[in-house]
Design a binder for this molecule. Structure first.
Ligand SMILES: [Zn+2]
Length: 322
């Protein structure tokens, strides 16, 4: 009899071993196409993206894209306190995945899965094969390796356990097609960043006038980028007085043989208005995509009423702005 993990493997990626002619990004797109055929709920979730409404809002110095997606209410309203987490079965553990869900086994430790509640077409979840806490400090080497292997077509995403991860108890990343988040355009504009430090292997810069704190680490050597990231995480930990991982979201790219990590240091998970119980409640729960300028709300009222001033104020509230 096969073990539960083996039964879930749709394909393997070991740096080209079994599938030498397929890139990882092609394999991922094929998985999405195949799951649309083999899993009706997933197909419906993908089809419903066609009805997603978006609206671009120009804020001072930057723009965001507001997205109305009622299918994301489970994520936006996710209960993430330790008590609430311990009371529910973990939805990323192999034994609890929906019966139709299959995976690309990436190396020995990670499963690449379609996100069953996608924000964008080809939205993937990359979950560790075992149940272990969400932490990028120790898994940055894996994050960078997957970012490199999946290549420039995708952006790799990370949500800290206290600022956006809906499974803070199970290590996972996400991947979405590159170029969809407004911040990705800003990342290409040198004038929007000031260099903080430079070594032979890495450059660390800070965003200017983008409404939220962004630290970008760039370099071609994964070890050096990882070391620079840990230095930043240690500094944030000292600054915020937290023993745990500092609250951060990350967008990673690998383009032209160079890594780029956009790190968003956070002060709070959700704005105070999220917790209101009157008509002023705002159903926006900022995670990595929101910090990247793609602001998702499952509420049509909020989609219609959110404006530049409110967006700027949400960023000021949740971002660790200097
Ligand atoms: Zn789990």
């Amino acid at each position: 009899m096969n073990d539960p993990l083996t039964d879930r493997i749709w394909a393997r990626f070991d740096g080209g071993g079994d599938t030498p002619f397929l890139t990882l990004s092609t394999l991922c797109r094929q998985l999405v196409d195949w799951q649309r055929e083999s899993w009706v709920e997933f197909k419906n979730a993908c089809d419903s993206l066609r009805n997603t409404n978006t609206r671009d809002i120009k804020c001072s110095g930057f723009s965001i894209r507001l997205m109305y997606n009622p299918g994301r209410s489970v994520n936006t309203l996710a209960a993430v306190t330790p008590d609430e987490i311990s009371e529910r079965p973990c939805f990323l553990c192999v034994n609890n995945l929906p019966a139709e869900q299959m995976a690309i086994m990436y190396g020995d430790d990670f499963l690449i899965l379609v996100n069953p509640r996608p924000i964008l077409p080809f939205h993937l979840t990359v979950a560790h094969r075992t149940h272990r806490p969400q932490s990028v400090y120790d898994s940055m080497t894996d994050f960078l390796r997957i970012t490199q292997d999946i290549g420039p077509d995708f952006a790799m995403l990370y949500n800290g356990p206290r600022c956006g991860a809906s499974a803070p108890d199970h290590l996972h990343f996400q991947a979405v097609p590159s170029g969809e988040m407004p911040i990705e355009k800003d990342l290409l504009l040198r004038e929007k960043f000031s260099v903080l430090s430079e070594t032979d292997h890495t450059t660390v810069s800070s965003g200017r006038g983008l409404g939220r704190e962004i630290i970008v680490i760039e370099g071609s050597n994964a070890g050096a980028v990882c070391a620079a990231f840990r230095e930043l995480a240690d500094a944030l930990r000292t600054e915020t007085g937290h023993n745990d991982e500092p609250m951060i979201n990350i967008i990673g790219h690998y383009i032209d043989n160079n890594f780029s990590l956009a790190v968003f240091p956070r002060r709070a998970h959700r704005p105070a208005a999220f917790f209101r119980e009157d008509t002023q409640k705002i159903m926006v729960s900022p995670a990595v995509m929101e910090m990247g300028g793609m602001i998702v709300t499952p509420s049509e009222t909020d989609f219609n009423r959110l404006d530049a001033q409110t967006i700027e104020s949400i960023y000021r509230e949740v971002s660790l702005i200097k």
